[in-house]
Each structure stands twice: as C-alpha cells, then as structure tokens.
Design a protein around this ligand. Structure first.
Ligand code: PGA
Length: 263
C-alpha cells in the first residue's frame, strides 16, 4: 500500500491578529483544494483553530494544534483537553515539540499527551530529535529514549492513528545551524523504523508516517521526500507564507507517493 504525503504547518505563536491568520488560512485552503495525493494539516495557535476547523472544505486539509493537556476535564487552569479539541473539529495535535520540551515538557508528559490524544480520537504528531549530533552517537540514544517513552501507552492497533516527526533541534527555527541533509533524515528514518519494529514488530513499524522538520522551504522540500525517504514534512516559518507553503504542497503533490519501506 502507498500513502499520501503529509505536510504539516506549525505556525507557532504567530500571526498576531485573527485577521491576518484568516487571510493566510484562506490562501492555503485554496491551494489544498487542488491537491491529489498530498494531505495538509495546519496547526495554528489554539485561538484560531476552532474557527478554521469550521471553515474546512475538501478532504485534503485538516486542522491541528501545537499542544494539549492529558486530562479530559477538571480544575486545570489554562489547559485545553483533547476532548474539547475534538468537539471543535480539530483532528491533530503536535506533541513533544522541542520548543515545548525546552519549556519543561518531559518525556513522561509527552507519553501522557499522546495517550490522551488517541483516547479522544485526535492524531498525535509526536516530535523526536536530538539537540546536537555528537560523534559518539549519543544522539541515537536520545531519539530512542524519546520514541520508546512516547509510545509506551500506544497499542499496535492505534499506530495507524499516529505520526512521527523527526526534528533535529539544531535545524529548527531562525537560529538553526542549517537544515538537515537528506542523508541525515534517511539515517534517522531507518533508526526510527528499527526501534518501532523492536516495539511493535516489523510490519507495524511501517505504519506511522515519518515526517522531517527543520528549516524546510520550497527549495529543499523535495530532497527530504525523495533522497531523505520522509513520508512528509513539518514546516514552521515557511507555513506562515501562503505562497511558499503552497509551493511546498505543490512540489509534494508532483512527487510519487512515498513507497512503503521495511527497516
Ligand atoms: P522551521 O520550524 O521550519 O521554522 O525551522 C520547524 C518546526 O519547529 O516545526
């Protein structure tokens, strides 16, 4: 079986007004109507997500958010539950993004959020990635730790409702050293599949799509999807520019569907 490519936009804490957000969303929505074999998920700040989810038309675009709490309901000031998200039509949530981990989110919190999202029928986009690439290969251990912990409460049956994003911290955001190279992405995609195979079996390891994220733009996006072997992309800055994001979506849509690979 071949899967559609998955392109996720992470708007982070931008844009600053609902008017601007609505205009960017409208531009992206128009592009997604023409997609044939690429699915797009836009993850705006919470404040805009519910309104966007109501305006979705066509099956190629969905709305996600960038965080969630792990309880369904209760006295948790400031938190948002996965069931609330589901009730507004949000279908995806990014969990364990490195910018949230930098604010104190632990591996355990990521695993609880993953479990809670699945319980509410929301697809978790689970981010893993090392802060730096050391020559001794400790980064491999860190990715393994993050992955094993995030999936500790996930059953084999639920794997089809999960997405994994490899986001090396050194490649993300305005302070990025550089984007990863396609061969870095390929190496880690294979590593992720091996770890998933040891947890869930060889066939199941291929079920969750593996995305790459970190300084993706219209120029470099094709290389991650071809040489890098990624099933999709997690795009930060470039997803706030409707023209650039549209270009990424169009490039993804012209490439062949990602083949299924065994580890
Ligand atoms: P970037 O961010 O594309 O701006 O590097 C990616 C991310 O943080 O998800």
């Amino acid at each position: 079986m071949r899967k559609n490519k998955l392109i996720v936009g992470n708007w982070k804490m931008a844009p600053l007004s609902a008017t601007e957000a609505t205009a960017i969303f409208a531009g992206i929505r128009t592009t997604t109507r023409k997609l044939r074999k690429t699915d797009a998920v836009l993850c705006p700040p919470f404040l805009y997500a519910g309104a966007f989810a109501k305006k979705i038309s066509g099956k190629r675009l969905s709305v996600g958010v960038q965080d969630v709490f792990w309880k369904d309901e209760g006295a948790y000031t400031g938190e948002i539950s996965p069931r609330m998200l589901a009730s507004t039509g949000v279908t995806h949530v990014i969990v364990g993004h490195s910018e949230r981990r930098a604010l104190g989110e632990t591996d355990e919190a990521v695993s609880r959020k993953t479990e809670a999202a699945l319980r509410a029928d929301i697809t978790p986009i689970i981010c893993v990635g090392e802060s730096e690439r050391d020559e001794q290969g400790f980064y491999v251990k860190r990715i393994e730790e993050q992955l094993r912990s995030a999936f500790s409460f996930v059953s084999k049956k639920e794997l089809s409702r999960t997405v994994i994003a490899y986001e090396p911290v050194w490649a993300i955001g305005a302070r990025a050293v550089r984007a990863a190279l396609p061969r870095d992405v390929e190496e880690v995609a294979i590593l992720i599949k091996k770890i998933m195979a040891s947890m869930f079996g060889r066939e199941a390891a291929n079920v969750p799509p593996i995305l790459y994220g970190g300084s993706v733009d219209a120029k470099n996006c094709a290389s991650f999807l071809t040489e890098g072997g990624a099933d999709g992309l997690l795009v930060g800055r470039a997803s706030l520019d409707p023209k650039q994001f549209a270009a990424i979506l169009r490039v993804a849509d012209t490439l062949p569907r990602a083949p299924k690979r065994l580890p």
